[in-house]
Design a protein around this ligand. Structure first.
Ligand code: AMP
Length: 403
């Protein structure tokens, strides 16, 4: 199937092709015709499934004024970029405004003068703008909730309710979520009208090819192990040689010549931890930066930009970067600290193996977290063999889940 089979404007099809989208992904095939028919939608779409274009293409084609609500500033910027790229070849491109917290509100108010066709916003800032009369929410005919589960887990429920009260009743609402827990269900029931429910579990870009590993390590030796793995450059190529256990999973292909570990995203549990680990790696002459919510917006943008453009090899972050971030060609994700929930795990590892590329996710499993990791495995229905890395062995590691 081609984009042109989806009754999309040829300029939009051409722009999608220029972005390297040869054929529509499963979610795009299913959602685009239905959005064009003005159906409400509840789509259960895994991370990296191509959901942004799945709503952006039909929204631009319909030419209806739209709000896209997203959980994080980074995702807002990214979604804004996708809209801009898709509009590139249109004679009369949509006016796209990204409104996010952490930046001065005045320039955003100025941008909203004369209206916006597509307003991409985080909930708090959208409410601020509405309170300042910079935007009237009842003038928008389409509302998208992107990563609805994340919006709720970040505590935006009150803001979403306040926004919903100001929205047009006769609107089209599109909700995307990676998971469908009760909170999401309740929100969907309150916002959507007779929605089409879609669940996407498909191949190709929809189903990331990610090798998962679990290395046992003691708490105090984790940073050394991290530095060791990165320095050895064995992360993608051949970590198996350094272990006592044979590697059971498929080896990812080397993705970038002599520096297969060129980009490594490391997840830690706290903002302090992110800075601390990044500093320690830097001391070992590894180009690492921290990325977390306490940094100024400027510093966040800079860190992400450095990482995306390979000026920095390792980004150490909290769950802030777990969802929505689209970093092209990210071969390795490391859980230095395990995520709290099985859902978070899916989102974290979903940063690698995107858009058809292969990825590697490594988990550091400390003895005290062995049962927590088992639970994550059980909930997500996978099982990986525990490994010991030479020089970092943990006594009795066989009991950390191998049996
Ligand atoms: P998303 O789920 O919207 O974050 O998209 C995940 C990744 O897939 C992004 O890098 C997109 O550029 C890419 N992508 C989206 N649609 C397609 C497509 N039809 N073919 C190939 N790549 C795509």
């Amino acid at each position: 199937m081609n984009f042109s089979d989806l009754e999309l404007d040829r300029h939009l099809c051409e722009a999608a092709m220029q972005l390297g989208f040869i054929e529509p992904s499963a979610i795009q095939q299913q959602t685009i015709p239905n959005i064009l028919k003005r159906r409400d939608l509840l789509a259960l779409a895994p991370t990296g499934s191509g959901k942004t274009a799945a709503y952006a293409l039909p929204i631009v084609q319909l030419g209806k004024r739209s709000i896209v609500l997203v959980p994080t500033r980074e995702l807002a910027t990214q979604v804004g970029k996708v809209f801009t790229q898709l509009c590139r070849l249109l004679n009369d491109p949509a006016k796209i405004v990204v409104a996010i917290g952490g930046l001065s509100i005045n320039p955003q108010m100025m941008q909203l003068r004369g209206g916006a066709d597509v307003l991409i916003a985080t909930p708090g800032r959208l409410l601020d703008l509405a309170q300042h009369n910079a935007v009237r929410l009842n003038e928008f005919e389409i509302v998208v909730l992107d990563e609805a589960d994340r919006l709720l887990s970040l505590g935006f429920a009150d803001e979403l309710n306040a926004i919903a009260k100001q929205l047009l009743k006769q609107r089209q609402t599109l909700m995307f979520s990676a998971t469908f827990e009760d909170k999401v269900k309740t929100l969907a029931e309150s916002l959507l009208r007779n929605p089409l429910r879609l669940e996407v579990l498909a191949k190709g870009i929809d189903k990331p090819d990610i090798t998962q590993r679990a290395i046992c390590v003691d708490d105090k030796r984790r940073t050394q192990l991290l530095a060791h793995l990165i320095k050895q450059g064995q992360l993608v190529k051949n970590i198996g040689n350094a272990t006592d256990h044979p590697v059971t999973s498929q080896e990812p292909t080397e993705q970038s010549g002599e520096h297969p570990w060129h980009s490594v995203l490391v997840f830690v549990a706290s903002k302090y931890g992110a800075s601390h680990v990044a500093e320690k790696l830097t001391r070992q002459k590894i180009k690492a930066q921290a990325f977390h919510g306490d940094l100024s917006q400027g510093a966040r943008t800079q860190a992400l930009d450095d990482f995306k453009h390979r000026r920095c090899d390792v980004l150490v972050t909290t769950d802030l970067a777990a969802r929505g971030l689209d970093i092209k060609d990210l071969p390795v994700v490391i859980n230095y600290d395990l995520p709290r929930s099985a859902n978070d795990y899916t989102h974290r590892i979903g940063r690698t193996g995107r858009a058809g590329a292969r990825g590697l996710a490594i988990n550091f499993v400390m003895p005290e977290q062995a049962s927590h990791f088992k639970l994550i495995e059980k909930r997500n229905q996978f099982k990986v063999e525990r490994e010991n890395v030479a020089g970092f062995e943990v006594a009795g590691f066989e009991t950390l889940g191998n049996v």
